[in-house]
Write a protein that binds this ligand. Sequence first.
Ligand code: ADP
Length: 410
Amino acid sequence: MDGFMIAAPETDNEEERLAKLLSYHILDTIPEQQFDDIAELAAHICGSKISLISLVDKHRQWFKAKVGLDAEQTPRDVAFCAHAIHEPELFYIPDATKDQRFFDNPLVTGQPNVLFYAGAPLCTPDGYRVGTLCVIDDHPRELSSEQKESLMRLSRQVSNNLELRLHIREIEESGLLLEAKNEELQQFAYRTSHDLRSPITSSKRLADYLIEDLEASNYGEALRGAQKVKGLMANLEELVGDIVSLVQADVSMNDVEPIDLTELLNDARQRLEFLAVESECEIRVENACLSNVPIERGRISQIVDNLISNGIKYRDVNKADSYVDVKVSNSASTLKIAVEDNGIGIRSEFLEDMFKMFKRDNSEVSGSGLGLAIVKKHVEHMQGSIEYSSSKQGTRFNISLPTDRMGDPV
Ligand code: ADP
């Protein structure tokens, strides 16, 4: 025979096919009884020396189960199975020495002398062929139609096992997620009941003193008491507002609509202007052509409000010109929001806790400890990402949000 063996080309949907194979998380795992049993049955039914469950990876075929062969894997360019995955039916080579594609293949001319090969594809429900169940012999031969049929049936069993494995994994993952959510909920219930109750109890007690002071015409004391109650109520109002925002962030808002971000940022600036003026901190907003951005208005508003107000709250009183810079840009279906301040910075030890509910690292400034948890929840719901950096020079948050999710379930 002329020429050289022909390596199998990549499949038409190679990238998606590989992604599907990887999603099974089966490559390089230890042998498992249910796959070994099927390989044994295939060898037995076909009377072959070798039987393999072969998965065709990017550059190799890797064997999940093997009978009569020691190798763990072989390179893809010499693999029979790499050819077999191009066919929906049985790939059948009764005599490899007579086949242009294989006659001088090192697996044919040398060990394990693949002269006979029959491979049934492992088809996923979405139509990808991730590998084969194959039988091999070191001499030319044939299979009966019953043997061919049985091999196809067994290959469907392997495919079913692969799918089952995927579903078990998904169930396990959602179980873990549920556990984490439950824990979060418990912590949330515990903290909110404590944090809501304590200012109410204190205010009640203060009100009793207030009444006593008023009855005794002790107006100076009464005034101080009333101011304390007012402070407690202001904190309580902030906490209740943040709890509502946090709960809302977890609910599907599903209100993706084209919004004018320039307007949204101006509104945010106006809302927080009083805080900025009081704190002598400048809010500087920079944006570029931001009308008609398809995104959830409520979520963006809360993200921006929380980050700007943190920038103001945690300003460095020793620095002359305190500022919070807000830069927003929208390109290539990504909305980027950067909020940077020249405040006191966040201690590196605290960085990993700062997005957790009720975690705070500043006792001088009041707060619910929920702001960054709210930001994180919104970003997660919009399938975006947050990066941050902080030092004594200040803090920067960079948020990236996809804007091509119009109509996605949130
Ligand atoms: P809160 O501001 O109510 O405490 P957050 O969740 O918004 O709650 O922030 C958590 C903690 O992270 C704050 O208590 C503060 O210690 C720190 N922090 C957040 N943003 C900044 C910032 N821009 N600069 C310095 N520290 C910050």
